[in-house]
Design a protein around this ligand. Structure first.
Ligand SMILES: Cc1cc2nc3c(=O)[nH]c(=O)nc-3n(C[C@H](O)[C@H](O)[C@H](O)COP(=O)(O)O)c2cc1C
Length: 145
């Protein structure tokens, strides 16, 4: 069964709410194995067929925990080439982190990015959560076609 890791960081749970909704969509009636995690060892990234990374924007930047996982993966020469990737995250006013993470996944790790970054302002409303579910489902569908 294809597998997806939803890796996220949060301080005030907004991005966690998004992560849980992305996971709901990604499960796709049990056709795909989905894990949601706050932290993984860099080498574990290679175990999954797709990575969906949730990153809120703090100080116009990617949170250190997320950055460190990718930096360590790069140092250790972890190969993610061709794996499916997508990003999301909550923000307040500028919201650049999901785009920055996506650039790293695409340009450094040569992952196959399948959607634009999904950035939602502060706490996601039901409409926002539906967009999160749709993102999860889209990634999931890309693995089972
Ligand atoms: C100290 C601090 C710095 C922040 N810097 C930014 C920023 O540079 N750009 C932005 O869009 N939002 C910024 N925010 C707003 C957060 O991205 C926003 O509160 C978001 O919902 C947090 O997501 P989380 O609940 O998943 O941690 C900042 C918030 C705090 C507390």
């Amino acid at each position: 069964m294809p597998s997806i890791l939803i890796l996220y960081y949060t301080q005030t749970n907004n991005t966690k709410k998004m992560a849980d909704a992305v996971a709901e969509g990604a499960k796709n009636d049990g056709k795909v194995q989905v894990e949601v995690s706050y932290y993984v060892e860099p080498e574990e990234l290679a175990k999954y067929d797709a990575l969906i990374v949730g990153s809120p924007t703090y100080h116009h930047d990617i949170p250190m925990d997320i950055k460190r996982i990718f930096e360590e993966a790069a140092v250790q020469g972890i190969t993610l080439k061709g794996k499916v990737g997508a990003t999301f995250g909550s923000y307040g006013w500028s919201g650049e982190a999901p785009k920055m993470v996506q650039e790293i996944m695409k340009n450094k790790f040569e992952m196959r990015i399948i959607d634009v970054p999904l950035a939602l302002k502060y706490t996601p409303d039901e409409k926002g959560l539906e967009r999160c579910r749709a993102l999860g489902k889209k990634v999931s569908e890309s693995l089972i076609q």
